[in-house]
Design a protein around this ligand. Sequence first.
Ligand code: DMJ
Length: 933
Amino acid sequence: MSEAGGGRGFGYSVPQRAPWSLVAATAALCLVSATSVWTAGASPMSREEKQKLGNQVLEMFDHAYGNYMEHAYPADELMPLTCRGRVRGQEPSRGDVDDALGKFSLTLIDSLDTLVVLNKTKEFEDAVRKVLRDVNLDNDVVVSVFETNIRVLGGLLGGHSLAIMLKEKGEYMQWYNDELLQMAKQLGYKLLPAFNTTSGLPYPRINLKFGIRKPEARTGTETDTCTACAGTLILEFAALSRFTGATIFEEYARKALDFLWEKRQRSSNLVGVTINIHTGDWVRKDSGVGAGIDSYYEYLLKAYVLLGDDSFLERFNTHYDAIMRYISQPPLLLDVHIHKPMLNARTWMDALLAFFPGLQVLKGDIRPAIETHEMLYQVIKKHNFLPEAFTTDFRVHWAQHPLRPEFAESTYFLYKATGDPYYLEVGKTLIENLNKYARVPCGFAAMKDVRTGSHEDRMDSFFLAEMFKYLYLLFADKEDVIFDIEDYIFTTEAHLLPLWLSTTNQRISKKNTTSEYTELDDSNFDWTCPNTQILFPNDPLYAQSIREPLKNVVDKSCPRGIIRVEESFRSGAKPPLRARDFMATNPEHLEILKKMGVSLIHLKDGRVQLVQHAIQAASSIDAEDGLRFMQEMIELSSQQQKEQQLPPRAVQIVSHPFFGRVVLTAGPAQFGLDLSKHKETRGFVASSKPYNGCSELTNPEAVMGKIALIQRGQCMFAEKARNIQNAGAIGGIVIDDNEGSSSDTAPLFQMAGDGKDTDDITIPMLFLFSKEGSIILDAIREYEEVEVLLSDKAKDRDPEMENEEQPSSENDSQNQSAEQIASSSQEVDLVGQESPEESSLNSHPESLSPADTDNAASISPSEQNSNPTENHETTSLDGECTDLDNQLQEQSETEEDSNPNVSWGKKVQPIDSILADWNEDIEAFEMMEKDEL
Ligand code: DMJ
């Protein structure tokens, strides 16, 4: 397999149009050919240390899997904070993300082949028996076709693949008679009705019991699906066909892929994020390699590897060429518009794209893989985890992190390709961070907010399916795995399918597929893998030399996407007006706006409102420019609003048996001690009497020197704060009185003052939704003495916390003046000054629900240049970039010094901007979750 071939200066090659069995095996070899070739650079890791880390991964898996089996099974997932199973319908709905849960013991099925990879054969045997005994695939539940395919069908097939491998070895699974495969086939037939569309693209959801058509199905009215949702079926469906001989599955998956290929935007060769399953029209015309599209590309390349069908490689190469031309701006990967691929569609990246460097390794394009991976690692080093979305200048855009495995996946593949021990060190950091920040007594909890370190009651099944496989394999030597991993291909959920399927039941190949790809001129495509055996030994510092210039990319960042657009217009044509450059006082800009069909309305209060009517634009191109301008303006506006908002805070339970491991997301208050800038208050908690804290406390002796718990409702937050402060409390936690409310399902808000001067309140106040609050109340019931830390960011939970003396930082609260508290956020006002009366409505003085008011449909730029960071960006064009974060920080500090009398009450956001912000967050969340997060 490693003989030298003739391809473009690389050592060995995949022969042109080679018999596909050979292709499959050879292409898989692209991943692994360089293991252990590294000879210099980062210090090598000893075998002992690798083993130690491998054992640590095993222990962590036991902690996650053991707690799931003990406290959640047969539920789909573990809720690690409340230590129970998540049963759909019994918990508040989280929207689309719940569509992965089909009451089929999801985590158990998703974990099957991980057990074998981690050498837990006995446990695998037990787990398979449990699946066969307990799992019902005929539930009256509407599930996502995509998630069910990759996690459940893939899980059953991965389990079957390794069950037959073990059986053949002769020791374990001797009783096994293809039962998992039979279940997989049953599930495959249940998914088929989803493909009953004229396009052949599947409906996004299906009822496991009633399919789509029947009225009881409660689904089938959807018109759109994401590209990844329709294009990530071929591996599982083809494997099912080839294992069983039932060709229909592979045929359906191929048909869906053929349709997507047909619909690609012909001039850019890119695909959009969502598509109409009936008409084939692109619904969302933005295009990237992350959420909504990611695994479509992955499956084209891997389908070629598994099935040996050249057409898949041709398609992949066509798309890859477009991705590298338009989306890749090393080290960034930025979404663009499919029709105008030189225009960036957004200024942020999502965490799902972290799989892409791994795919680039499989493709054999190592350099950009190293670059993007390094950029992502810098982001991780800054926030401990990859936030769900982050801006081009590496600020957090969406702060959640549900323990996604994509970065670990790319780290593993880069290590396989380069043999560079640097990637082992990266893996070590991932392990440390997981143990330090995500590990809770009952499993591993997703991060609700990487900035505060707070948790969410969620441990997704992909954490067990993928994370532990990639981390274990990263440190494993060949003999640490009981089978040859190189005989298998990883699905997008890291399930293992044997490469020998390429030679089994091949009769479906190309049947029913279009022949259009034969028209493609593919003479420029690589049919070869770069020979890493040659690449790396010749220059063992190769990977390091690529990483080195990126070492400070996060700290010294310049926004880049915008620069490129302008470069593209330097050739002569006038660049379209960018939202960040817009000045409402510039007549030329107003003229451009008019051409784009955008009208500008001056509101009485000094704000300006923009509204676009595409029909009033001078041409369709102007209308499109106008649309993009409006999108940019909305994004810019919400980004600015975000900067004005107080970030969420953390309540960390530090006493026995939590020792800081459980961190709850808390809403801040616009009065009292500002917990930002590393101030914190630590103390035991006590319930106030009356519990609502609306009058003088009758139990001052109980709350004196403690953090008082108060129930939300019946009076203003500030009044509660004053009552507990007068009773001697050092802090307060307001707990929501709406039973079942949770930061998992409701947007956090800031507690507003009462419209009066709140300078007299000097203790810190935080807000917890009912579910998070009940974790503290339950703890009091069980352990009586419960100590918490109120802060802006959770403190490291190291074992020392168990012995730590109580710090005296709460003294800060007594000395903190209102002047010092004020104004840590940027005054980046898009809307002019407001009166305090207005302000008090803008957050929650008490119990104003975000759903109470409609969202404003228009946006409100200031009269001045709309971009507060314009100077920064202009400078960046000249190459003199300074750190935006530092700049903002500095500005903020200066403002604080020079303007000590500004009170929070006057700096509150207007309700429409808060709602816009919430809506943006919710939209981003829904979009990302929908797009198969
Ligand atoms: C997994 O279910 C799969 O990797 C999928 O392709 C993307 N999202 C999750 C993990 O983040």
